[in-house]
Design a protein around this ligand. Structure first.
Ligand code: NAD
Ligand code: IPM
Ligand code: MN
Length: 373
């Protein structure tokens, strides 16, 4: 298989049905802050959907995160990484806590997982659902309509400014110089764009490259040439938006977008905007994918550990549940994935629950009732 050839749900129904045991080893890495609160709900929903669809999840626990680091000094030991590699998938809550200096856990755990497991696509769907109040927006005639905002951001996830190239010299002097270099490789950009183009072909056939080619001329030129070539090969229509204009259009005219492909940092930023437009960070799912399936993929909500609301039972678990849905789709359990999605819609139709516990109760009621979500 060529890099980028696979898209979610590409394990065929026949392959799934032919597997007599259908047990998946999934590592649960709850992490910090609200991470455990939201992934506990996601896990219960996965188990409920699994029971309905005749498969089982063999959950393994991974206790890495802020507390483990403070107690032991360990961020991601190689032995744990070796264990994680044996999973079929990883369900992650969030990492990062104010007790630990910035970057230690984010770079050392989250980004290291993305790099070591070669999770080169970060798939971030943004969909406004009925029952979720998008923000009242000037210039949009009030609020976005349901069905008016339904796009997917394909964020390159192993390169760009995240790669870790750069450093500090002359530290502590007035000539202290800090550099962060954006790395963009032909192969890295191409495999990400390939994935996005194939996804676009399965949706509306429209792909938009979001970059800043008018300023970042070196990286922008590489991305533009590759996107033009790959879109042609995959038979999809390629559009382009500078990232600043893309932010404007995501708010004012989101119908312009279906599949967006973009570099690592732009994708990080615009996916929070996508979340804000679809109910808030609590609703936004993501899948860090290894589309070539040379190892497990990592599924996590877009939000972080939300220290400001942690421990209060206020975290919205929808993003974590929808991330678990992306995980089930990736594992080939498309019907179970659809159930999770439908359960979120059904709960929202009755009004968004006000607490994590109320969300869990309402979701499980849907997922365990006879006849479906
Ligand atoms: P954040 O996403 O944790 O929180 C931003 C805001 O959104 C907060 O007001 C928070 O209360 C709210 N929010 C987040 N999740 C919510 C939910 N499920 N329900 C309701 N409200 C929710 O971002 P931050 O405060 O900038 O970062 C906190 C920590 O998390 C930092 O250490 C950061 O590095 C880390 N972080 C981790 C991830 C990850 O693990 N994938 C992602 C983003 C940030
Ligand atoms: C995200 C987060 C991470 C990122 C951080 C915590 C490293 O913001 O998953 O969006 O920047 O990718
Ligand atoms: Mn982010």
């Amino acid at each position: 298989m060529m890099p980028g050839d696979s898209v979610p749900g590409d394990v065929s129904a026949a392959e799934v049905a032919a597997d007599p045991k259908r047990t998946y080893v999934v590592t649960h890495l709850p992490g910090d802050g609200v991470g455990p609160e939201v992934t506990d709900v996601a896990r219960a929903c996965v188990d409920a959907a699994a029971a309905r669809h005749g498969f089982t999840v063999d959950w393994r626990h991974c206790g890495l995160g802020g507390q483990h680091y403070l107690a032991t000094g360990e961020v991601l030991p190689d032995s744990v990484l070796d264990e994680l590699r044996k999973s079929d998938a990883i369900l992650l809550g969030a990492v990062g806590t104010p007790d630990v200096p910035p970057g230690v856990l984010e770079r050392g755990l989250l980004l290291r997982l993305r790099f070591e497991l070669d999770l080169y696509v970060n798939l971030r769907p943004s969909k406004l659902r009925a029952g979720v109040g998008g923000p009242a927006l000037v210039g949009t005639g009030g609020k976005h309509e349901v069905n008016g905002l339904d796009f997917v951001i394909v964020r390159e996830n192993t390169e760009g400014l995240y790669a870790g190239a750069g450093g500090t010299v002359h530290r502590g002097t007035e000539f202290e110089t800090a550099t962060e270099e954006s790395l963009n490789t032909w192969a890295g950009v191409r495999r990400c764009v390939r994935y996005a183009a194939k996804l676009a072909a399965r949706r509306t056939g429209r792909l938009t490259l979001v970059h800043k080619t008018n300023v970042l001329t070196h990286a922008g030129d590489l991305w533009q040439r590759i996107a033009t070539e790959v879109a042609g090969e995959e038979g999809v229509q390629l559009g382009y938006a500078h990232v600043d204009a893309a932010c404007l259009w995501m708010v004012e005219d989101p119908r312009r977008f279906d599949v967006i492909v973009t570099d690592n940092l732009f994708g990080d930023i615009i996916s929070d905007l996508g979340a804000a437009l679809t109910g808030g960070l609590g609703y936004a799912p993501s899948g860090n994918l290894n589309p070539d399936r040379t190892g497990p993929s990592v599924f996590e909500p877009v939000h972080g550990s939300a220290p400001d609301i942690a421990g209060q039972g206020l975290a919205n678990p929808a993003g974590a549940v929808l991330s678990a849905g992306l995980m089930l789709a990736h594992l080939g359990e498309a019907a179970a994935a659809t159930d999770l999605d439908a359960a979120i819609d059904a709960v929202l139709a009755e009004g968004a629950p006000a607490s994590t516990g109320a969300w869990e109760q309402a979701l499980l009621a849907r997922l365990t009732q006879a006849g479906g979500a």
